[in-house]
Design a binder for this molecule. Structure first.
Ligand SMILES: *Cc1c(COP(=O)(O)O)cnc(C)c1O
Length: 376
């Protein structure tokens, strides 16, 4: 059996190597590193794949979130509603821009913003909502969008973990996550569902006006060469990363299918086990399974994590400390109580999940999870 890893990028690379190497050679021989043709081609192909009017590539997912928020014309002290149960980047950029993060509770099944709590979080200073499609599962975008429209709020989707997932509205309309809000942000960090060989990110929007602002902000606030209209930053996707992403974008649906297959394999083995809850499959969205995350009930998470580690099986805790309990936010008077979030940070454990998982590996992981649960 091949060594089990959380994410097996080496085996994935082996399969695309024949396409990657000549392309890298070609780019290097032409020294086309920045703003090269691959970046423009990738931008167009990602627009087609997502069904969105504008994609603006950038340097990483955190920049994508920061630049998106910069494009909305918010004022210092304006409030942005966001989950606390997420990767720190989502919430960090809000504070970095002098905005105030308002942490809200997540739905215990989907792990994404609970739309029921939005009205209680609303104040006269609320300007935006940043939902996160955690682990590859879409937030309840229908409720979030109708709340946002009714209250004149922007929606910036953190789609770093869910690129390729689809959301189904009650009207029957289907849209890819990241293209539903005013702006969607994604990351091409190597372990993400669409990952490059370094850092990368992208911003999507259907608004011509926001797209123009975003493009300008990501390029030093420049409207035309050496004319800088607003304070911006420098955030670019480079040509080699874009070339790799073009190759991998063609396989993205296949990659997601492989993740779903592994998830179903886990689901079938764990269903009916009263000590754990398998990932919820919403009827309103397809799950892109960036992570396969179990919720433990009455089982020691540390014990399971250690047992698996002893058998050579990695497992991870995403995320052990929620944002509202991070020291970096201690200067905000965050009077929030988030019991669902707090409970989840103690219950969740993510098992190996990637495109190259083999049946013998999955069986071994499942057997060892069951062995630990039966012994304890
Ligand atoms: C990975 C990730 C980011 C940040 O992406 P980077 O490319 O690492 O900056 C933001 N939000 C979420 C939910 C992520 O998983």
């Amino acid at each position: 059996m091949k060594k089990i890893q959380m994410v097996d990028l080496v085996s994935q690379y082996e399969k695309i190597k024949p396409a990657v190497l000549p392309l890298m050679e070609d780019i290097m021989s032409k020294a086309q590193f920045i703003n090269g043709p691959e970046v423009f081609a990738f931008k167009n192909e990602l627009e087609d794949y997502l069904g969105v009017k504008h994609v603006i590539p950038c340097a990483n997912g955190t920049d994508a979130l920061q630049i998106s928020l910069m494009s909305l014309g918010l004022k210092p002290g304006d409030e942005v509603i966001t989950p606390s149960f997420t990767y720190i980047a989502t919430t960090e950029v809000i504070a970095l821009l002098g905005l105030k993060p308002i942490f809200v509770e997540v739905d215990p099944k989907t792990f994404c913003i609970d739309p029921e709590v939005l009205s209680a979080a609303l104040t006269p200073r609320t300007r935006a909502i940043v939902p996160v499609h955690l682990y590859g599962q879409s937030a309840n975008m229908e409720s979030i969008m109708s709340f946002a429209r009714a209250n004149n709020l922007f929606v910036v989707e953190d789609n770093a973990q869910a690129i390729g997932a689809e959301y189904l509205f009650s009207s029957g309309e289907q849209q890819k996550t990241g293209t539903i809000g005013d702006i969607g942000c994604t990351s091409f960090f190597p372990s993400k569902n669409l990952g490059c060989f370094g850092d990368g990110g992208a911003i999507c929007t259907n608004s011509d006006e926001l797209a123009a602002k975003i493009k300008m902000i990501a390029n030093h606030g420049q409207s035309k060469r050496y004319h800088h209209d607003v304070v911006g930053c420098n955030s670019r996707l480079d040509n080699m990363q874009a070339g790799i992403l073009r190759i991998k974008l063609r396989k993205l649906d296949e990659y997601i299918a492989a993740r779903r297959k592994a998830a179903s394999f886990y689901d079938n083995a764990f269903k009916g086990n009263s000590c754990l809850e398998v990932p919820f499959r919403s009827s309103n969205s397809t799950h892109a399974f960036h992570q396969y995350t179990l919720k433990l009930k009455g089982v020691s998470r540390d014990g399971l994590n250690q047992h698996l580690a002893e058998k050579g099986i990695p497992s991870m805790i995403y995320y052990p400390i929620p944002a509202h309990k991070q020291k970096m936010f201690s200067h905000f008077d965050l009077a929030c109580e988030l019991p669902v979030t707090d409970a989840l940070t103690h219950q969740v454990i993510s098992l190996p999940m990637h495109t190259e998982l083999e049946e013998d590996q999955l069986n071994f992981i499942i057997d060892e999870v069951n062995t630990y649960i039966n012994l304890n």
